[in-house]
Ligand binder design. Structure first.
Ligand code: C5P
Length: 225
């Protein structure tokens, strides 16, 4: 079976202190976005990628990757969930769909394999890593209210992998009701669906702050070995 991946990349990064959105920053000779797309399409079971871009994105067409046949470019929306929903509408050939952040260039193929193994089963799932540090809940003044039970806390990564129709329904209903959705799984949860956690490699970081770039470069080099 081959699958389609949706990559939301329509965000204008505000946390990177840079004029260029983070997916267009350069890492080991290529943009983060190119690393992300080329790594996905290099997986033997990923056949096509739908990329959601900002309608006024001036950067993408300058990249060498702009006119490859395995890529469909569409307009993103106001929030990440809108961008993903636009992408899903173009992914009708795929019964299950992977959604992956443009800002995660270091995704090991073995993690994709683990996630794709859910296809045909009863529930979709997401890559996740167990929380390492002790977790505190604080009030607005920065005083600790309590310590959360770490054993059951996970970081939600991407890709997130769900039956396309299920995800499309969950996202459009959640958006219609103004529910805050920061990943695909939260829409599925809100709709009452099950989400399987698949333990992923902690190297699959989301580039968020400038210091993440050096770390991503290190992981990319290690992946090539
Ligand atoms: O801001 P954050 O890092 O959570 O964004 C996650 C992903 O969602 C990024 O790849 C970003 O480009 C994308 N996004 C989008 N459409 C938006 C907002 C964010 O595709 N309206």
């Amino acid at each position: 079976d081959a699958f389609c991946a949706v990559v939301p990349a329509a965000g204008i990064g505000k946390r990177m202190q840079s004029d260029i959105p983070k997916q267009y920053l350069s890492l080991a000779g290529k943009t983060i976005l190119e690393h992300c797309l080329l790594n996905l399409i290099a997986h033997p079971r990923i056949q096509h990628i739908i990329l959601a871009l900002h309608p006024q994105d001036p950067w993408f067409n300058k990249l060498g990757i702009a006119s490859v046949p395995w890529l469909t470019v569409i307009n993103g929306g106001k929030e990440r969930a809108d961008s993903v929903l636009n992408g899903l509408q173009q992914a009708r050939m795929s019964e299950w769909v992977l959604v992956h952040d443009a800002a995660r260039p270091c995704l090991p193929h073995t993690d994709i394999d683990k996630l794709l193994a859910l296809a045909g089963g009863n529930e979709g799932g997401i890559l996740a890593t167990p929380v390492r540090d002790t977790m505190k809940r604080a009030d607005e003044q920065g005083l600790v209210l309590r310590t959360e039970e770490r054993e059951h806390l996970w970081h939600a990564l991407t890709p997130q992998f769900f039956p396309r129709a299920q995800l499309q329904h969950a996202l459009s209903n959640a958006l219609a009701q103004n529910i805050s959705i920061t990943d695909e799984a939260s829409a599925i949860e809100w709709a009452g669906g099950k989400v399987r956690l698949v333990q992923g490699d902690p190297c699959n970081i989301k580039i968020t702050h400038p210091e993440d770039l050096a770390l991503a470069e290190f992981y990319l080099q290690r992946m090539k070995k």
